[in-house]
Write a protein that binds this ligand. Sequence first.
Ligand SMILES: Cc1cc2nc3c(=O)[nH]c(=O)nc-3n(C[C@H](O)[C@H](O)[C@H](O)COP(=O)(O)O)c2cc1C
Length: 197
Amino acid sequence: MKVTAFNGSPRKNGNTSIAINILLEQLEKEGIETEMVQVGGMNINPCKACDKCRKVKDGFCHGYKVDKKDILNDYLKKIYESKGLIIGSPVYFGSVTPETKSLIDRVGYCARSTGMDNLLKRKVCSGVAVVRRQGAGTTLEQINNLFALCEVIVPYSSYWNMVMGKEKGEILNDKEGINNLKNLGNNMAWLLKKLYG
Ligand SMILES: Cc1cc2nc3c(=O)[nH]c(=O)nc-3n(C[C@H](O)[C@H](O)[C@H](O)COP(=O)(O)O)c2cc1C
């Protein structure tokens, strides 16, 4: 059983990756395989509403030529092979990063394009926001919009799925946020084992 986590920050080893790793450590302690995948700074184009995915119906994007090196289909393959999905993003102007938004739009559109069950159905999914001060609520809502439209199952913690900090590593001072993420990781592992263990 595998969980794939996407880091929406262009800072590869920044706060979002630290936050995601806290979740992944809890999952691994419970014997669940994990992989962190970089999205921030990668070549992930926006959805161009060509609707080719809805014609081909294989759950993948057919809107970009292979030579454009668009990375979305590699990500989709990893997601479809996983029982769980984590999307983490830093807050940029009160929002997810542009790469995270492209991921949300295109994963959702492709997964729902088969004409039968959508391909995220009943996967266990969590969003995480990393914020200096303001915008975590909107950012989490943007990630949860993907989950809400794809019949996934979302575990929660005892507070919002967010942690606070600006400079790399600063979130480690947010003890409440870190403990909250550990608890979220535990709840995600518990749910995955109940459903798929
Ligand atoms: C372009 C840009 C916009 C940002 N906008 C916000 C914002 O609206 N609200 C906020 O609290 N922090 C904002 N931040 C701060 C980041 O969310 C914060 O530094 C976060 O820890 C970065 O995570 P990372 O290390 O994973 O990149 C912004 C940072 C950048 C670079």
